[in-house]
Design a protein around this ligand. Structure first.
Ligand code: SAH
Ligand code: SF4
Ligand code: F3S
Length: 472
């Protein structure tokens, strides 16, 4: 199953921009500037995609709003990872009939991972007449063309053909923040973990070219961004599909060499191919945050095999040991699925014991959700939901207690933090992150946003730290 890399030609992207300018001319003649709302669900990859959609929309001369009753264009960028995520989207999309009744000129678009699922595209077609345009992640680069078609023809447009995915360089982007930026380094996934929908909706793994990624990182640093998160479903396999002979560790090193005061973060690392080279590079690169999100999913070897994760508990624990040896200050976070089909009380006990052994700084826990078309969805799943919920609650309680202990250990220490936002809530009016990515609620001058400062940590709980700028 060889994937043939498809790069969108520059001329095609130029054509999309031309369509934006054409729309802009109309926009400028309109009595009122049209407004758009882009609503994003799901992971950072979707956040990054929404910034590109906003880039296109900005080129069209539109303004932005958070109020759906004010909007002329609403784009809902969806997630398909769990059923709950999809239900939430459908509920909110359905409710847009009210906004449309008030403004018949409103155009509603649904895009993202859920739109790429044939069952869901069909559901939108049949039961959600309020939706005018549906397109999957592979069509995002030609949003202007699709949008124009839906506007001009007043017919519903569906662009959800199956695809292995494309690489489109040079899309316009309107970033949401001025301190933190997302930087996609690759798209898609080849791993086919048996529970996961991502490879079906996001296509095959494909890396952006090394020079393109480094150039974008340099632009970000020059534009004043201080916190750059490299994104991919499995960043550790960056470059394997290219013929450039460079891997993810090489990429970190090249970005680390860019002059300036900034932090490099990344997500997500798959434990199957987290290498010693990666950990050593992280340790040696002073701009690389000492944080790794290493989703373990389960502590049971049997379940890990059923999940098709390609590592076992011992290999995972060896990686954690090595990473901590090389970076004693390392912050470690993870994802865990509870109630995978066939998971027993003994398997779950293995997960609990792994959590006790590793002691994560923070954990993201999910109850298994069957995704149509994946292998796990067809496996026998005899454990009742209530039992899974009990396991889940027990795991969350354990995870929260460990996080609280970890955070308590910061009290009385001084941390270099990046102040990244104003919360508008007193007395903790600022938010900041430690090098390892822990959230710090800070009291201080708003002028500090965007700078690295030393903070004295005065308090901490399960979710966050509290502090003040160091006086001396
Ligand atoms: N590419 C990342 C994961 C992206 S999805 C990785 O491999 O680490 C984020 C998390 O959602 C996963 O780590 C997993 O814990 C959870 N998840 C994915 N599919 C799920 C499903 N069907 N049910 C419940 N949780 C799921
Ligand atoms: Fe899903 Fe596994 Fe790919 Fe992560 S690595 S996106 S969990 S298939
Ligand atoms: Fe969801 Fe798609 Fe991300 S399914 S988690 S938005 S890749």
């Amino acid at each position: 199953m060889a994937y043939k890399r498809v790069e969108i030609p520059a001329a095609e992207l130029a054509r999309q921009r031309d369509i934006c300018f054409e729309i802009r001319e109309r926009t400028e003649r309109a009595p009122r500037r049209p407004l758009a709302l882009v609503d994003t669900y799901g992971c950072q990859q979707n956040e990054a995609d929404s910034e590109e959609l906003r880039g296109y929309i900005e080129l069209m001369g539109y303004g932005f709003t958070e109020n759906e009753n004010e909007a002329d264009l609403i784009v809902v960028n969806t997630c398909a990872i769990r059923e709950h995520a999809e239900m939430r989207v459908l509920g909110n999309v359905g409710a847009l009939v009210h906004a449309k009744a008030k403004n018949p000129n409103l155009l509603v678009a649904v895009c993202g991972c859920m739109a790429q699922r044939p069952e869901m595209a069909e559901k939108l077609r049949k039961s959600f007449r309020v939706v005018d345009l549906v397109f999957g992640p592979h069509e995002l680069w030609r949003f202007p063309e699709l949008y124009k078609k839906a506007r001009d023809t007043r017919r519903r447009v569906f662009a959800v053909e199956p695809s292995e995915g494309v690489v489109a360089e040079g899309l316009p982007v309107r970033r949401s923040g001025r301190t933190k930026a997302w930087l996609s380094i690759m798209y898609g996934c080849n791993n086919f973990c048996t529970y996961c929908i991502v490879p079906y909706v996001r296509g095959r793994e494909r890396s952006r070219r090394f020079a393109d990624v480094v150039a974008e990182a340099r632009e970000l640093v020059e534009a004043g961004y201080r916190d750059i998160t490299l994104l991919g479903q499995n960043v550790n396999s960056y470059g394997k599909d290219l013929d450039e002979g460079r891997d993810f560790a090489d990429l970190i090193r090249a970005i680390n060499d860019i002059p300036g005061d900034f932090l490099i973060r990344f997500m997500t690392s798959h434990p199957r191919d987290a290498t010693e080279k990666l950990f050593r590079t992280m340790a040696e690169c002073e701009k690389c945050a000492k944080h790794i999100h290493l989703p373990v999913q389960s502590g049971s070897d049997r379940i890990l095999r059923e999940m098709n994760r390609h590592y076992d508990r011992a290999k995972y624990l060896d990686e954690v040991r090595l990473a901590r040896e090389l970076m004693p200050e390392l912050v470690l976070t993870t994802d865990i699925i509870v109630g995978f089909p066939g998971e027993t009380a003994e398997d779950f006990a293995e997960t609990l014991s792994l959590v006790d052994e590793v002691r994560y700084d923070a954990m993201f826990t999910f109850i298994f959700s069957a995704r149509e078309g994946t292998k796990a969805a067809a496996m026998p799943d005899p454990v009742p939901r209530e039992e899974k919920q009990r396991w889940f609650d027990e795991l969350v309680e354990r995870a929260n207690a460990i996080s609280a202990e970890k955070h308590a250990a910061y009290i009385g220490t001084r941390q270099r933090v990046l102040v990244d936002g104003v919360t508008g809530r007193e007395p903790w009016n600022l938010s900041a992150r430690t090098n390892g990515g822990r959230l710090v609620h800070l009291r201080g001058d708003e002028g500090l946003v965007g700078s690295f400062i030393d903070a004295d940590i005065t308090d901490g709980n399960t979710w966050a730290l509290y502090g003040v700028p160091a006086a001396d």
